[in-house]
Design a protein around this ligand. Structure first.
Ligand code: UDP
Ligand code: MN
Length: 789
């Protein structure tokens, strides 16, 4: 059982990688047994090593598209404190709902919690806002997934009072809602009161939080809408404001003399408790497939259907189509998030979804999750950018479906632009003050938006990202991820997740609700002040289709004065796919490599060697690849007076190990027991002396043996060597050394002359090229320092 559990979801990918590595290891060990004195054996072995490196890289790219590797997921059932409770099969997810109640010392039954999310009965916690004539109530069903349902629309435009729609708002400010549940529980038959008289225009928040379900009159609705629209929401109990200092938003005071001044809000505004809205236009069906983010099971006889449809999205499309487009998902925020205080006058946002051939049900679920769970006054619009999709259902059918939501706009690109330029197209027409980019297969959780906008409000150079949770590609269940995760990169610019170092958490007394400094964003989901986005030069428009743009914008933000943060109180589920389901106009590998090379050339300074040295030296040959013109990007970096990449590593990602050379210091020849020296353009051997600069060499990431500007290269005809001005693009200047555990690990074997190694000698020229011999000590070299494996 346990094993099966680990083999679920992303565990399967990890297991696959593990097994693949073992196989490679065995393969490599077998290769090592090949006769070591035989030169062709050496060559074969080297080739195997190279091939292994190549395949390792390839499989990494294929198996781990950008936002997936080592994302530490937990089933909701794995939440602390939930293990011991006896559970019914469907209870797991309710644990998440429950933990907030427990914090208040309250015990609430599962069924009651359910009702917080399901507008089901009289006990429903939905506030039914009747915005139109009674006829609208006849259509109370959720829009059918595959058919447009204009009249049944949810209309979240709060100004559209009088429109023929029914809007139901689930109010889920939990502690208060618990009270409401208790109330209902204790007096189940209590007649629903008319709240008209109770609504004090200045106390909307407390009304929203504490009311039991009510039918509101048109006048009430108007008042509510006006109030919500203006966001003059007051916190009723002012004494509570300081109860938890950590949750009170602090408007930073501009630091004197700092250039940040203009980016920090110095507004004085009231605050309100974060709104945990979850609105649907009709009651949710608790028995619906995947409801509450539960894992959905497919019967055996349906497996062939699942398989047949898998490639449409590289996830369980068959299952997704069965799940309601507005399903409830568990509120996975840390406990205290629901108490966070938010400024009343946050900027509005345009939510931008780019998509190419997205699956119908996931696209709709993404849009509904935004409509349902965002405060209407903050949601300026939703922009769907169709990146030249080929699927029919994404044309008229999508237009028709979305026409029921005035806030949704669709932009169609005339040719395939790729996600980077598609986002730029969306940003160009956006009317909100803040841009919020989302992938087209997400589910935004309750309270997701305000904490993001709050950060931008506090300082418009903050770029907040939600915690990206995992919607299983297999069973579509919603899984929460561990706390304190941040986005990082490893060489060669591969995105990954890593926990914030424990000592950092301790030193900074970090709470699980605190924003997390994030060296690299995953890419798909973030908010950014629109003006700031364009001041930063947006994305490099020379990046194609997919890949590398998250590195580009991350380095740019950090190095040019901004900050990227992960906001634990904002959570959005995302389906991580094993493969991109869409076609790349050109070769996928080449497209991504080219994008990364552009990023490296513009942003990495001298550290770009680390990128190229990790399997990308072929990109240095301009004949092999044209990475395009970089003048604009380099000019932009200068104009913005951005920091160096070294500054970024020192200040933003100090735990990254990035030595500028693989090895360095003296180069000791084991046979001669002397060190190599370079004097007046010729090489010789001398008694080793660390104080002599002439004896200092580097073994660089692109595998050069380098002394300042000079590099050693083999001479093909004379079996000799030459000293040449170093040129990273020249393959002949590359030597394999310590490239793997092998009998030639200590040798310098020429990369372009397979099987030839550098051998030291005392008489004549200091070096010559000889057939590699694993046992020859004169071919064995050691640097004083090895900085990396
Ligand atoms: N996308 C796009 N055009 C492209 C490639 C991707 O509009 O050429 C969209 C895609 O539909 C998705 C978003 O960009 O909504 C991010 O792509 P994807 O989900 O494949 O990236 P991942 O999550 O795997 O990093
Ligand atoms: Mn995605």
């Amino acid at each position: 059982m346990k094993v099966r559990k680990y083999l679920r979801g992303s565990g399967r990918v990890l297991a696959f990688v593990f097994v693949a590595s073992i196989i490679w290891l065995l393969f490599d060990m077998a290769a090592l047994r090949i006769s070591l004195s035989d030169v062709s054996g050496q060559q074969l072995k080297e080739r195997l090593i190279r091939e292994r490196e190549f395949y390792k890289k390839e499989s990494m790219q294929a198996l781990h598209p950008r936002r997936s590797f080592t994302h530490p997921v937990r089933r909701v059932a794995d939440l602390p404190g939930t293990q011991k409770a006896p559970r019914r099969p469907k209870d797991d997810l309710f644990q998440v709902y429950r933990h907030k109640g427990e914090e208040q010392g309250q015990r609430v039954k599962d069924e009651q919690h359910k009702s917080l999310y399901l507008a089901k009965s009289n006990h429903s916690k939905f506030v039914d806002l009747k915005l139109g004539n009674a006829a609208a109530h006849q259509n109370d069903n959720a829009p059918k997934q595959n058919s447009p349902a204009k009249k049944e629309a949810v209309n979240l435009n709060v100004n559209a009072v009088g429109a023929e729609v029914t809007q139901k708002v689930a109010v889920k400010t939990l502690p208060a809602a618990h009270k409401a549940v208790d109330k209902v529980d204790s007096k189940p038959n209590e007649k629903v009161k008319d709240v008209k008289s109770e609504i004090q225009p200045k106390a909307i928040k407390s009304h929203l939080a504490q009311t039991t379900p009510h039918q509101l009159s048109n006048q009430d609705v108007k008042e509510v809408n006006e109030k919500v629209a203006q966001m003059q929401v007051k916190v009723t109990d002012k004494n509570n404001l300081g109860a938890d200092k950590g949750l009170k938003p602090a408007v930073n005071q501009p630091a004197e003399g700092k250039s940040r001044v203009s980016t920090i809000a110095v507004r004085k505004s009231d605050v309100h408790k974060v709104l945990s809205l979850d609105a649907t236009n009709s009651p949710r069906d608790p028995k619906a497939v995947g409801q509450f983010g539960q894992a959905a099971v497919v019967a055996n006889h349906e497996n062939s259907e699942v398989e047949k449809r898998w490639n449409e999205g590289h996830f369980n499309v068959y299952l997704s189509d069965k799940i309601p487009v507005d399903r409830a998902i568990p509120d996975t925020r840390p406990r205290k998030c629901a108490q966070s205080l938010i400024h009343d006058d946050l900027p509005s946002t345009s939510v931008i979804f780019c998509f190419v051939d997205e699956v119908w049900s996931t696209l709709l679920r993404s849009v509904h999750s935004v409509l349902n769970r965002s405060p209407p006054n903050l949601l300026k619009e939703i922009i769907l950018v169709d990146d030249f999709s080929t699927k029919d259902y994404l044309k008229k059918q999508l237009d028709d479906y979305m026409s029921q939501f005035p806030k949704v706009r669709i932009i169609r690109l005339k040719e395939r632009q790729g996600l980077i330029r598609a986002r730029l197209a969306g940003a160009a027409v956006a009317k909100g003050e803040v841009l919020t980019f989302l992938d087209s297969h997400v589910e935004c959780n309750v309270g997701w938006l305000e904490p993001l906008l709050e950060r931008v409000y506090l300082d418009r150079r903050k770029v907040p990202c939600p915690v990206i949770e995992v919607i299983s590609d297999k069973d579509m269940s919603y899984m929460l991820v561990d706390n304190f995760q941040r986005g990082i990169f490893k060489w060669p610019l591969v995105f990954g997740w890593s926990p914030v170092p424990a000592d950092y958490i301790k030193k900074n007394k970090m709470k699980d609700t605190d924003p997390i400094k994030c060296p690299v964003m995953a890419g798909g989901l973030f908010s950014i002040d629109k003006k700031y986005f364009f001041e930063l030069g947006s994305y490099d428009p020379g990046l194609d289709v997919w890949g590398g743009e998250n590195m580009e914008i991350s380095f740019k933000i950090w190095m040019c004065g901004g900050e990227i943060e992960i906001i634990p109180c904002s959570r959005v589920g995302h389906i991580f796919r094993g493969q991109n389901p869409y076609k790349f106009p050109k070769d996928r590998q080449k497209t991504v490599e080219r994008n990364l090379a552009r990023v490296a050339e513009v942003w990495l300074d001298e550290y770009k060697d680390l990128f190229y040295g990790h399997g990308y030296t072929h990109l240095l040959n301009k004949k092999v690849i044209d990475i395009g013109n970089l003048t604009d990007q380099i000019g932009l970096r200068k104009r913005l007076k951005c920091q160096s990449f070294k500054w970024y590593l020192d200040n933003v990602y100090p735990d990254m190990n990035a030595p500028l050379a693989k090895a360095g210091g003296l180069v000791y020849n084991r046979g001669l027991r002397k060190c190599l020296a370079l004097q007046s353009d010729s090489l010789s051997f001398e008694t080793c002396d660390l104080s002599k600069q002439t004896q200092h060499f580097n073994y660089t990431w692109v595998r050069n043996i380098r002394h300042h500007e000079l590099c050693i290269a083999p001479q093909v005809q004379s079996n000799n060597f030459a000293l040449q001005p170093c040129d990273n693009a020249k393959n002949e200047q590359r030597w394999l050394h310590k490239s793997s555990v092998s009998s030639l690990a200590e040798h310098f074997s020429a990369e372009v002359l397979r099987g030839m190694c550098l051998e030291g000698k005392l008489e004549g020229q200091a070096l010559h090229l000889r057939a590699c011999d694993a046992n020859n000590l004169f071919q064995k070299w050691q640097f004083t320092h090895y900085y990396a494996r």
